[in-house]
Design a protein around this ligand. Structure first.
Ligand SMILES: *Cc1c(COP(=O)(O)O)cnc(C)c1O
Length: 376
Protein backbone atom coordinates (compact mmCIF):
# COMPACT_ATOMS: atom_id res chain seq x y z
CA UNK A 1 0.00 0.00 0.00
CA UNK A 2 1.23 3.43 -0.93
CA UNK A 3 2.33 5.66 1.93
CA UNK A 4 1.23 9.26 1.42
CA UNK A 5 2.74 12.52 2.57
CA UNK A 6 -0.42 13.77 4.28
CA UNK A 7 -3.99 12.67 3.79
CA UNK A 8 -7.34 13.93 5.05
CA UNK A 9 -8.09 12.35 8.42
CA UNK A 10 -11.72 12.53 9.47
CA UNK A 11 -12.91 12.31 13.07
CA UNK A 12 -16.22 10.89 14.24
CA UNK A 13 -18.52 13.90 14.00
CA UNK A 14 -18.02 15.30 10.51
CA UNK A 15 -20.70 13.18 8.81
CA UNK A 16 -23.18 13.91 11.58
CA UNK A 17 -22.72 17.66 11.13
CA UNK A 18 -23.03 17.31 7.34
CA UNK A 19 -26.24 15.32 7.84
CA UNK A 20 -27.63 18.10 10.01
CA UNK A 21 -26.89 20.61 7.24
CA UNK A 22 -28.71 18.34 4.78
CA UNK A 23 -31.67 17.79 7.10
CA UNK A 24 -32.25 21.54 7.33
CA UNK A 25 -31.42 22.10 3.63
CA UNK A 26 -28.60 24.54 4.43
CA UNK A 27 -26.75 23.71 1.23
CA UNK A 28 -25.50 27.23 0.60
CA UNK A 29 -22.64 29.55 1.52
CA UNK A 30 -24.60 30.44 4.68
CA UNK A 31 -26.13 28.49 7.54
CA UNK A 32 -25.83 27.40 11.16
CA UNK A 33 -22.85 25.09 10.56
CA UNK A 34 -20.86 27.94 9.00
CA UNK A 35 -21.67 30.22 11.93
CA UNK A 36 -20.93 27.40 14.34
CA UNK A 37 -17.56 26.75 12.72
CA UNK A 38 -16.62 30.42 12.91
CA UNK A 39 -17.65 30.75 16.58
CA UNK A 40 -15.85 27.51 17.47
CA UNK A 41 -12.67 28.74 15.77
CA UNK A 42 -12.91 32.08 17.59
CA UNK A 43 -13.14 30.21 20.87
CA UNK A 44 -10.25 27.93 19.93
CA UNK A 45 -7.96 30.79 18.93
CA UNK A 46 -8.85 33.07 21.88
CA UNK A 47 -7.74 36.72 22.13
CA UNK A 48 -11.31 37.77 21.18
CA UNK A 49 -10.57 37.30 17.49
CA UNK A 50 -13.25 37.39 14.80
CA UNK A 51 -13.36 34.77 12.04
CA UNK A 52 -14.78 34.66 8.53
CA UNK A 53 -15.05 31.32 6.72
CA UNK A 54 -14.11 31.57 3.06
CA UNK A 55 -13.63 29.26 0.09
CA UNK A 56 -9.85 28.86 0.48
CA UNK A 57 -6.78 30.17 2.21
CA UNK A 58 -5.88 31.98 -1.01
CA UNK A 59 -9.27 33.70 -1.00
CA UNK A 60 -8.73 34.80 2.61
CA UNK A 61 -5.38 36.28 1.69
CA UNK A 62 -6.82 38.00 -1.37
CA UNK A 63 -9.52 39.64 0.77
CA UNK A 64 -6.94 40.75 3.33
CA UNK A 65 -4.67 42.29 0.71
CA UNK A 66 -7.59 43.86 -1.17
CA UNK A 67 -8.48 45.68 2.07
CA UNK A 68 -4.90 47.00 2.31
CA UNK A 69 -5.80 48.85 -0.89
CA UNK A 70 -2.59 48.62 -2.92
CA UNK A 71 -2.07 50.75 -6.02
CA UNK A 72 -0.21 49.38 -9.04
CA UNK A 73 3.49 49.38 -8.20
CA UNK A 74 2.94 49.14 -4.44
CA UNK A 75 4.97 46.40 -2.81
CA UNK A 76 3.86 43.55 -0.58
CA UNK A 77 6.70 41.83 1.26
CA UNK A 78 6.39 38.07 1.63
CA UNK A 79 8.41 34.97 2.55
CA UNK A 80 10.11 33.58 -0.53
CA UNK A 81 9.92 30.03 0.75
CA UNK A 82 6.21 29.33 0.70
CA UNK A 83 3.46 27.79 -1.37
CA UNK A 84 2.25 29.69 -4.44
CA UNK A 85 -1.19 30.07 -2.85
CA UNK A 86 0.40 32.44 -0.35
CA UNK A 87 1.86 34.65 -3.10
CA UNK A 88 -0.54 34.66 -6.06
CA UNK A 89 -3.11 36.75 -4.13
CA UNK A 90 -0.54 39.58 -4.13
CA UNK A 91 -0.84 39.53 -7.93
CA UNK A 92 -4.66 39.36 -7.75
CA UNK A 93 -4.55 42.51 -5.61
CA UNK A 94 -2.42 44.25 -8.25
CA UNK A 95 0.65 44.66 -6.02
CA UNK A 96 4.28 43.70 -6.58
CA UNK A 97 5.82 41.02 -4.35
CA UNK A 98 9.24 41.36 -2.77
CA UNK A 99 10.64 38.09 -1.44
CA UNK A 100 12.34 37.60 1.93
CA UNK A 101 14.68 34.94 3.25
CA UNK A 102 14.17 32.93 6.43
CA UNK A 103 15.74 32.92 9.86
CA UNK A 104 17.85 29.79 10.35
CA UNK A 105 16.58 29.25 13.89
CA UNK A 106 12.89 29.05 12.99
CA UNK A 107 12.63 28.73 9.19
CA UNK A 108 10.20 31.65 9.25
CA UNK A 109 10.81 35.24 8.14
CA UNK A 110 13.92 36.74 9.70
CA UNK A 111 12.77 39.68 11.87
CA UNK A 112 16.19 41.38 11.67
CA UNK A 113 16.26 41.22 7.89
CA UNK A 114 12.77 42.71 7.85
CA UNK A 115 13.60 45.49 10.33
CA UNK A 116 16.66 46.44 8.33
CA UNK A 117 14.74 46.54 5.03
CA UNK A 118 11.91 48.55 6.60
CA UNK A 119 14.39 51.11 7.89
CA UNK A 120 15.78 51.59 4.41
CA UNK A 121 12.33 51.65 2.78
CA UNK A 122 11.17 54.22 5.28
CA UNK A 123 14.08 56.51 4.45
CA UNK A 124 13.31 56.13 0.75
CA UNK A 125 9.60 56.82 1.51
CA UNK A 126 8.69 53.54 -0.13
CA UNK A 127 7.22 51.37 2.60
CA UNK A 128 5.32 48.24 1.53
CA UNK A 129 1.52 48.16 1.63
CA UNK A 130 1.58 44.97 3.68
CA UNK A 131 3.96 42.35 5.06
CA UNK A 132 2.98 38.69 4.69
CA UNK A 133 5.19 36.35 6.74
CA UNK A 134 4.39 32.70 6.08
CA UNK A 135 4.29 30.10 8.83
CA UNK A 136 6.15 27.03 7.61
CA UNK A 137 5.42 23.29 7.95
CA UNK A 138 3.44 23.79 11.15
CA UNK A 139 5.67 26.39 12.77
CA UNK A 140 4.36 29.85 13.58
CA UNK A 141 6.52 32.85 12.82
CA UNK A 142 7.61 34.97 15.80
CA UNK A 143 4.33 36.90 16.00
CA UNK A 144 5.42 39.23 18.81
CA UNK A 145 8.70 40.25 17.16
CA UNK A 146 7.07 40.84 13.76
CA UNK A 147 4.15 42.79 15.23
CA UNK A 148 6.57 45.11 17.03
CA UNK A 149 8.55 45.79 13.86
CA UNK A 150 5.47 46.30 11.68
CA UNK A 151 3.96 48.66 14.27
CA UNK A 152 7.11 50.79 14.31
CA UNK A 153 6.58 51.57 10.61
CA UNK A 154 2.77 51.34 10.67
CA UNK A 155 2.70 48.70 7.95
CA UNK A 156 -0.14 46.17 8.22
CA UNK A 157 0.99 42.64 9.00
CA UNK A 158 -1.03 39.86 7.36
CA UNK A 159 0.21 36.54 8.70
CA UNK A 160 -0.15 33.50 6.47
CA UNK A 161 -0.88 30.78 9.00
CA UNK A 162 -2.21 28.38 6.36
CA UNK A 163 0.27 25.71 7.45
CA UNK A 164 0.13 26.20 11.20
CA UNK A 165 -3.42 25.73 12.49
CA UNK A 166 -3.05 24.37 16.01
CA UNK A 167 0.46 25.77 16.55
CA UNK A 168 1.45 28.41 19.09
CA UNK A 169 3.96 31.23 19.44
CA UNK A 170 4.56 31.65 23.18
CA UNK A 171 1.05 31.87 24.68
CA UNK A 172 -0.59 32.87 21.39
CA UNK A 173 -2.20 30.57 18.86
CA UNK A 174 -1.09 30.72 15.24
CA UNK A 175 -3.75 32.60 13.31
CA UNK A 176 -4.23 35.35 15.90
CA UNK A 177 -1.29 37.52 14.88
CA UNK A 178 -0.99 40.67 12.86
CA UNK A 179 -3.69 43.04 11.65
CA UNK A 180 -5.15 39.95 9.97
CA UNK A 181 -4.18 36.30 9.60
CA UNK A 182 -5.34 33.50 7.36
CA UNK A 183 -5.86 29.76 7.80
CA UNK A 184 -6.33 27.06 5.15
CA UNK A 185 -8.40 23.89 5.29
CA UNK A 186 -7.25 22.46 1.98
CA UNK A 187 -7.17 18.67 1.70
CA UNK A 188 -3.48 18.31 2.58
CA UNK A 189 -3.51 20.59 5.64
CA UNK A 190 -3.67 19.38 9.24
CA UNK A 191 -7.47 19.75 9.25
CA UNK A 192 -9.60 20.05 6.14
CA UNK A 193 -13.05 21.10 5.04
CA UNK A 194 -12.40 19.55 1.64
CA UNK A 195 -11.26 23.01 0.54
CA UNK A 196 -11.73 26.16 2.60
CA UNK A 197 -10.05 28.87 4.57
CA UNK A 198 -10.54 31.52 7.20
CA UNK A 199 -9.74 35.17 7.64
CA UNK A 200 -9.01 36.08 11.26
CA UNK A 201 -8.62 39.46 12.92
CA UNK A 202 -8.88 41.07 16.33
CA UNK A 203 -10.31 44.05 14.45
CA UNK A 204 -14.06 43.40 14.10
CA UNK A 205 -14.43 46.07 11.40
CA UNK A 206 -11.97 44.23 9.17
CA UNK A 207 -13.99 41.03 9.37
CA UNK A 208 -17.26 42.85 8.83
CA UNK A 209 -15.85 44.49 5.70
CA UNK A 210 -14.44 41.17 4.49
CA UNK A 211 -17.84 39.51 5.00
CA UNK A 212 -19.40 42.21 2.79
CA UNK A 213 -16.69 41.83 0.13
CA UNK A 214 -16.83 38.02 0.19
CA UNK A 215 -20.56 38.01 -0.63
CA UNK A 216 -20.43 40.20 -3.75
CA UNK A 217 -20.42 43.58 -2.00
CA UNK A 218 -24.19 43.90 -1.86
CA UNK A 219 -25.34 47.18 -0.35
CA UNK A 220 -28.33 47.03 2.01
CA UNK A 221 -31.28 47.45 -0.38
CA UNK A 222 -34.18 45.25 -1.52
CA UNK A 223 -32.71 45.14 -5.04
CA UNK A 224 -29.06 44.47 -5.90
CA UNK A 225 -27.13 47.67 -5.30
CA UNK A 226 -23.32 47.99 -5.68
CA UNK A 227 -20.95 50.81 -4.88
CA UNK A 228 -17.78 48.71 -5.15
CA UNK A 229 -16.88 45.32 -6.50
CA UNK A 230 -16.72 42.20 -4.37
CA UNK A 231 -16.04 38.49 -4.61
CA UNK A 232 -17.90 35.20 -4.30
CA UNK A 233 -15.61 33.83 -1.61
CA UNK A 234 -17.85 32.63 1.21
CA UNK A 235 -17.33 29.11 2.56
CA UNK A 236 -20.05 26.59 1.82
CA UNK A 237 -22.14 25.60 4.84
CA UNK A 238 -21.59 21.91 3.97
CA UNK A 239 -17.83 22.40 4.03
CA UNK A 240 -18.13 24.26 7.32
CA UNK A 241 -19.98 21.25 8.76
CA UNK A 242 -16.90 19.14 8.00
CA UNK A 243 -14.78 21.86 9.59
CA UNK A 244 -16.81 21.72 12.81
CA UNK A 245 -15.96 18.04 13.16
CA UNK A 246 -12.32 18.59 12.25
CA UNK A 247 -11.80 21.45 14.68
CA UNK A 248 -12.96 19.19 17.50
CA UNK A 249 -10.03 16.84 16.80
CA UNK A 250 -7.41 19.46 15.87
CA UNK A 251 -5.43 19.14 19.11
CA UNK A 252 -5.41 15.36 18.70
CA UNK A 253 -4.09 15.75 15.15
CA UNK A 254 -1.36 18.06 16.42
CA UNK A 255 -0.35 15.54 19.08
CA UNK A 256 -0.19 12.77 16.44
CA UNK A 257 1.98 14.81 14.07
CA UNK A 258 4.31 15.89 16.86
CA UNK A 259 4.71 12.27 17.88
CA UNK A 260 5.52 11.29 14.28
CA UNK A 261 8.14 14.03 14.09
CA UNK A 262 9.75 12.97 17.37
CA UNK A 263 9.89 9.35 16.24
CA UNK A 264 11.60 10.28 12.98
CA UNK A 265 14.05 12.51 14.85
CA UNK A 266 14.83 9.78 17.38
CA UNK A 267 15.23 6.97 14.83
CA UNK A 268 16.98 8.88 12.03
CA UNK A 269 18.75 11.72 13.86
CA UNK A 270 22.07 9.85 14.11
CA UNK A 271 22.51 9.53 10.31
CA UNK A 272 25.40 11.63 8.98
CA UNK A 273 24.37 15.01 7.55
CA UNK A 274 20.73 14.78 8.63
CA UNK A 275 19.15 17.67 10.54
CA UNK A 276 15.50 18.18 11.40
CA UNK A 277 13.56 21.44 11.24
CA UNK A 278 14.40 23.38 14.41
CA UNK A 279 11.74 24.40 16.93
CA UNK A 280 12.72 27.53 18.86
CA UNK A 281 11.89 27.74 22.55
CA UNK A 282 9.03 30.16 21.90
CA UNK A 283 7.41 27.86 19.35
CA UNK A 284 4.97 24.98 19.69
CA UNK A 285 4.95 23.55 16.17
CA UNK A 286 2.31 21.17 14.89
CA UNK A 287 4.98 19.55 12.71
CA UNK A 288 2.36 19.47 9.97
CA UNK A 289 5.03 17.87 7.82
CA UNK A 290 8.23 16.38 9.19
CA UNK A 291 11.01 18.11 7.27
CA UNK A 292 14.70 17.40 7.33
CA UNK A 293 17.79 18.48 5.46
CA UNK A 294 20.60 16.29 4.16
CA UNK A 295 23.98 17.97 3.97
CA UNK A 296 25.63 16.43 0.89
CA UNK A 297 29.09 17.23 2.31
CA UNK A 298 28.47 14.84 5.21
CA UNK A 299 26.02 12.24 3.99
CA UNK A 300 28.35 10.02 1.97
CA UNK A 301 26.62 10.45 -1.37
CA UNK A 302 23.02 10.60 -0.14
CA UNK A 303 21.16 13.64 -1.46
CA UNK A 304 17.64 14.85 -0.99
CA UNK A 305 16.84 13.87 -4.56
CA UNK A 306 18.31 10.37 -4.67
CA UNK A 307 16.67 9.59 -1.32
CA UNK A 308 13.35 10.91 -2.62
CA UNK A 309 13.63 8.63 -5.65
CA UNK A 310 14.52 5.62 -3.49
CA UNK A 311 11.42 6.23 -1.35
CA UNK A 312 9.27 6.63 -4.48
CA UNK A 313 10.47 3.24 -5.75
CA UNK A 314 8.98 1.79 -2.58
CA UNK A 315 5.67 3.59 -3.14
CA UNK A 316 6.44 6.15 -0.46
CA UNK A 317 5.57 9.76 -1.20
CA UNK A 318 8.06 12.38 -0.03
CA UNK A 319 8.64 15.86 -1.40
CA UNK A 320 11.27 18.55 -1.72
CA UNK A 321 10.57 21.62 0.42
CA UNK A 322 8.85 24.56 -1.29
CA UNK A 323 10.89 26.00 -4.13
CA UNK A 324 11.56 29.63 -3.14
CA UNK A 325 9.48 32.07 -5.16
CA UNK A 326 12.49 34.11 -6.26
CA UNK A 327 13.74 30.97 -8.07
CA UNK A 328 10.45 30.43 -9.91
CA UNK A 329 10.43 31.27 -13.63
CA UNK A 330 7.25 33.30 -13.03
CA UNK A 331 9.11 35.67 -10.70
CA UNK A 332 12.35 36.04 -12.59
CA UNK A 333 13.76 39.50 -11.90
CA UNK A 334 11.64 40.08 -8.77
CA UNK A 335 13.49 41.62 -5.83
CA UNK A 336 14.81 39.21 -3.21
CA UNK A 337 16.15 40.22 0.19
CA UNK A 338 18.28 37.54 1.80
CA UNK A 339 21.37 35.41 1.94
CA UNK A 340 20.13 32.27 0.20
CA UNK A 341 19.32 30.23 3.30
CA UNK A 342 15.99 29.32 1.68
CA UNK A 343 17.84 28.20 -1.47
CA UNK A 344 19.87 25.79 0.65
CA UNK A 345 16.71 24.45 2.28
CA UNK A 346 15.23 23.81 -1.15
CA UNK A 347 18.38 22.06 -2.34
CA UNK A 348 18.76 19.81 0.71
CA UNK A 349 15.29 19.58 2.25
CA UNK A 350 12.79 16.74 2.16
CA UNK A 351 9.30 16.31 3.64
CA UNK A 352 8.55 12.80 4.92
CA UNK A 353 5.15 11.09 5.22
CA UNK A 354 3.56 12.80 8.21
CA UNK A 355 -0.21 12.24 8.08
CA UNK A 356 -1.87 11.95 11.47
CA UNK A 357 -3.23 8.55 10.34
CA UNK A 358 0.26 7.20 9.59
CA UNK A 359 0.72 3.97 11.55
CA UNK A 360 3.90 3.00 13.41
CA UNK A 361 4.30 0.09 10.98
CA UNK A 362 4.18 2.46 8.00
CA UNK A 363 6.55 4.89 9.66
CA UNK A 364 8.96 2.06 10.47
CA UNK A 365 8.92 1.11 6.80
CA UNK A 366 9.90 4.66 5.81
CA UNK A 367 12.61 4.74 8.48
CA UNK A 368 13.95 1.33 7.38
CA UNK A 369 14.28 2.43 3.76
CA UNK A 370 16.02 5.67 4.70
CA UNK A 371 18.49 3.83 6.94
CA UNK A 372 19.17 1.16 4.30
CA UNK A 373 19.78 3.86 1.69
CA UNK A 374 22.36 5.55 3.94
CA UNK A 375 24.16 2.20 4.44
CA UNK A 376 24.22 1.36 0.72
C1 LIG B 1 -2.03 25.99 1.52
C2 LIG B 1 -1.41 27.30 1.60
C3 LIG B 1 -2.06 28.46 1.12
C4 LIG B 1 -3.30 28.45 0.32
O1 LIG B 1 -4.38 27.89 0.92
P1 LIG B 1 -5.52 27.25 -0.01
O2 LIG B 1 -6.60 26.94 0.97
O3 LIG B 1 -4.94 26.04 -0.65
O4 LIG B 1 -5.93 28.29 -1.00
C5 LIG B 1 -1.46 29.68 1.31
N1 LIG B 1 -0.28 29.79 1.92
C6 LIG B 1 0.38 28.72 2.36
C7 LIG B 1 1.68 28.92 3.06
C8 LIG B 1 -0.13 27.43 2.20
O5 LIG B 1 0.56 26.37 2.59
Amino acid sequence: MRIWLSRPHMGEKEQEYVSEAFADNFIAPAGPQLEGFERAMEEYLGESVHCLGVASGSAALHLALHMCDPNPGDEVWVSSMTFAGGVFPILYAGATPVFFDLDEASWTVDPELLADALGKASQAAKLPKAIVPADLYGQSCDIDALEAIAARYEVPLVIDSAESAGASCRARKAGTGGEMAILSFNGNKIITTGGGGMLVSRNAARIEKARFLSTQAREPAPHYEHKEYGFNYRLSNVSAAIGLGQLAVLDKRVAARRRIFKRYARLLGDLPGIAFMPEPQWSYSTHWLTTLTIDPAQSGGVTRENLRRALAEHEIESRPLWKPMHLQPLFQGTRYVGRGFDERLFRDGLCLPSGSDLTDVEQDEVIGIVRAFFRA
